[in-house]
Design a binder for this molecule. Structure first.
Ligand code: ATP
Length: 199
């Protein structure tokens, strides 16, 4: 699996539609300070379900929508699409190409699409979990993050190794099953109460 294309429109400094084709191997993005290099990494993180505006270097989520410049009016929607090559079948979907899209409107409305079909944020997170490109994955290392990793608590650092080892998916499924079990126990207790009342 590899990221083969990225499309952005109205996201941060990219007011006009931007298509970035990425070949297998090493890709380097170069440019002057403030030209938008980090905004590309923010775009990837955003599509993968990032919910913290602070992690995207803003104060609220709407800050990812192009806010206007001296030459351009602001826009009302930000959209980013990642196109992944899945010829190897690495991702758990039977498509050789997978596209993930996120949109946000100024009204606050937002959408996620998987292969251009509306989906939930959870569907995107599930597909990408343990792929190495997940939201919490070690594949995007921001400025200052190396220092943060080195100085973080052992428990926090363990999360990085767990993602790399591919166990995050199972932990998440376990938590979901435990929650369902707890809900079922609550429902059972309620049924018992009703039965007592009827007796
Ligand atoms: P450096 O090399 O200094 O780290 P960079 O190339 O990584 O810079 P970014 O941090 O990606 O640059 O981009 C910063 C630019 O993006 C700033 O000029 C900022 O004004 C612009 N920007 C960020 N959000 C928006 C937005 N919502 N609307 C318009 N411009 C934005």
């Amino acid at each position: 699996m590899f990221l083969k294309r990225m499309e952005m429109k109205g996201f941060k400094s990219f007011a006009d539609p931007l298509h970035i084709e990425i070949e297998p191997g090493i890709t380097v993005v170069v440019g002057p300070n403030g030209s938008g290099k980090s905004n590309i990494a923010d775009g990837i993180r955003w599509v993968l379900g990032e919910q913290s505006a602070k992690s995207l270097r803003g104060s609220k989520m709407a800050d990812v929508i192009f806010a206007g410049s001296d030459e351009r009016r602001r826009v009302n929607m930000a959209e980013v699409t990642l196109v992944l090559d899945n010829e190897s079948g690495f991702l758990p979907l039977s498509y050789t190409e997978i596209s993930l899209t996120r949109r946000l409107y100024r009204s606050g409305e937002s959408e996620y699409l998987l292969n251009r079909q509306p989906c939930r944020r959870k569907d995107i997170i599930d597909v990408m979990m343990d792929s190495g490109l997940g939201r919490e994955a070690y594949s995007i290392i921001g400025q200052g993050q190396v220092e943060q990793v080195l100085s973080s608590k052992p428990e926090d650092r363990r999360v990085i190794f767990e993602e790399a080892a591919g166990v995050v998916k199972y932990q998440s499924r376990k938590r979901e099953s435990e929650r369902k079990l707890a809900d079922t126990n609550d429902n059972l207790a309620r049924v018992q109460d009703i039965l007592h009342e009827l007796e």
